[in-house]
Design a protein around this ligand. Structure first.
Ligand code: KIV
Ligand code: ZN
Length: 516
């Protein structure tokens, strides 16, 4: 495939995705996601914003040192200190990229940066030159390009390409653009900028009006050859363009786009589950490509059509994006090798033999409670929340809940807090409420419950329930996830997962709030 037929996928789940409230990830979680993205054959992984905090720096460094087949990118404002820090974090990368940015819209320049347009051009050029001291591969973004003046964009972009930017990324930072207009903008920039052929044009669209994917695709039709996107569309506010939607649109409609990605799309569903499990952001059932209903046919007419000829109602094959059709894969008598082999088939590799042994023992417990074990059940057994539960400060040892018609539900929990056994009791409006209060009586976080949701992982009354909770304390938001065939136990696990995340340090700078 010639370079103009190749659409570069730049995944920013670990950077912009992490800017979703409550989605912050640890270094190890980022490395796990980066490995899955590498397996998906993502071209560029934006691993974080190294100047934001020591934790962000360490995470970018660890991803850079681990990943071999994708370029690793670090974000930096157009400031020397940011660029130096990004260069340092990327030292161990096989292929590293520095992504530097400064705002170019009148409102951002005047109200946020308090800089003149001339100063912005000057700073952008200096930043790109400085970044080239650390990496050959430098990307520049004029932040809020969607609301910038086209003449000014042409001026800045020509200057940064001359200074050595190999990729120029056009962000619709606030999700304001409309597809025909945004596509037109990309076409005009490519036509008007004299040295446009020296750089790859990229886009980065936010989803405030639900148009991030449509805007990205309109840009591809007009010659953009890199799309910045995230798994499940995670990201600041309403999120970014969903990687899975962009990738499957260009693959399914090659007649329109004339380009394709190098992704192994069969890894999409497992990546989606991994990101959802780590961040605690559930995927809505009707979400394109990765939602539980994305390939489910409910109406009799549709089912009949699909059985006669699949393409009557399906434009993609479920297995091409990694769905395995609720296959009953393992049962009570399955052994460790079959368990390990099936995990590998669904794209899950555990880090150590201990993790495998612990997961296998959870599988045996589940097989005692549930007759048919599906791939979805296996995925839930190895979510990060489950894997990490054994190493957390606060662990659930046991619990008992009484719920009876006409009586107030009460719950008793036994927790291990830093290795010490602690008991808590409480009553509540329902069994879940009583459980959360019982846990709070021990851990006393003083948080507010902002969201509680339960999803059945598979069908059937013996299905595992997957619970998500969101807790908030003084502006610090965390999500927790947990799964069990008993939804009250799943709820307790999810609550504790969130409580453990609350304890993690969070003093980090936000890239777009910075002073330049
Ligand atoms: O939305 C945005 O403008 C960004 C930039 C840093 C590219 O995330
Ligand atoms: Zn963004």
């Amino acid at each position: 495939m010639s370079s103009s037929d190749n659409l570069i996928i730049f995944d920013t789940t670990l950077r912009d995705g992490e800017q979703s409230p409550g989605a912050s990830m640890t270094r190890d979680e980022k490395v796990r996601i980066a490995r899955a993205l590498e397996k998906l054959r993502v071209d560029v992984i934006e691993a974080g914003f190294p100047i934001a905090s020591e934790g962000d720096f360490e995470a970018v460094k660890a991803v850079a040192e681990t990943i071999k087949d994708s370029t690793i990118c670090g974000l930096a404002r157009a400031l020397d200190k940011d660029i130096e820090r990004a260069g340092e974090a990327l030292k161990g990368a096989n292929a590293g990229r520095i992504h530097t940015f400064i705002a170019t819209s009148p409102i951002h320049m005047e109200k946020k940066l308090r800089m003149t347009p001339d100063q912005v051009v000057d700073q952008a050029v200096k930043a790109v030159r400085k970044a080239r001291d650390y990496a050959d591969d430098v990307e520049f973004s004029p932040e809020d390009a969607g609301r910038s003046e086209i003449d000014f964009l042409c001026r800045v972009l020509e200057a940064v390409i001359d200074a050595g930017a190999r990729t120029v990324n056009i962000p619709d930072t606030v999700g304001y653009a409309m597809p025909h207009q945004f596509g037109g903008l990309i076409g005009q920039l490519r036509e008007r900028i004299p040295n446009a052929d020296k750089a790859v044009f990229s886009v980065h669209c936010h989803n405030d009006l639900g148009l991030a994917v449509a805007n990205s695709l309109a840009a591809v039709r007009n010659g953009a050859r890199q799309v910045e996107c995230t798994i499940n569309g995670l990201g600041e506010r309403a999120g970014n363009a969903a990687l899975e939607e962009v990738a499957m649109a260009v693959r399914t409609r090659q007649d329109l786009f004339g380009c394709d990605t190098r992704l192994d799309t069969t890894q999409i569903v497992s990546c989606s589950r991994l990101v959802s499990g780590i961040t605690g952001f559930p995927v809505q059932p009707n979400k394109a490509i990765v939602g539980a209903n994305a390939f489910a046919h409910e109406s009799g007419i549709h089912q009949d059509g699909v059985l006669k000829h699949r393409e009557t109602y399906e434009i993609m094959r479920a297995q091409d994006v990694g769905w395995t059709h609720n296959r009953m894969v393992l049962g009570k008598h399955s052994g460790r090798n079959a368990f390990r082999a099936r995990l590998a088939e669904i794209g899950v590799t555990l880090d150590s033999e201990e993790e495998l042994n612990a997961a296998f023992s959870r599988f045996k417990d589940l097989a005692d409670k549930k007759h048919d074990i599906f791939d979805e059940d296996l995925q839930a057994l190895v979510t990060v929340a489950t894997l990490d539960a054994a190493n957390e400060r606060v662990k659930l040892l046991s619990m008992k809940v009484c719920s009876e018609t006409g009586e107030t539900p009460d719950a008793e929990v036994v927790l291990s807090v830093d290795g010490e056994e602690r008991r808590g009791n409480a009553t509540g409006g329902g069994p879940v409420d009583a459980t959360f209060r019982a846990i709070e009586s021990v851990v006393q976080t003083g948080t507010t419950l902002k969201l509680y949701s339960v999803n059945a992982i598979t069908s059937g009354t013996d299905a595992q329930g997957e619970v998500t909770v969101r807790l908030e304390k003084a502006g610090h938001v965390v999500n927790g996830a947990g799964a069990d065939t008993d939804i009250v136990i799943a709820s307790a696990k999810a609550y504790l997962n969130a409580v453990n995340k609350l304890a993690r340090p969070r003093d980090r700078a936000h890239p777009q709030l910075g002073d330049v």
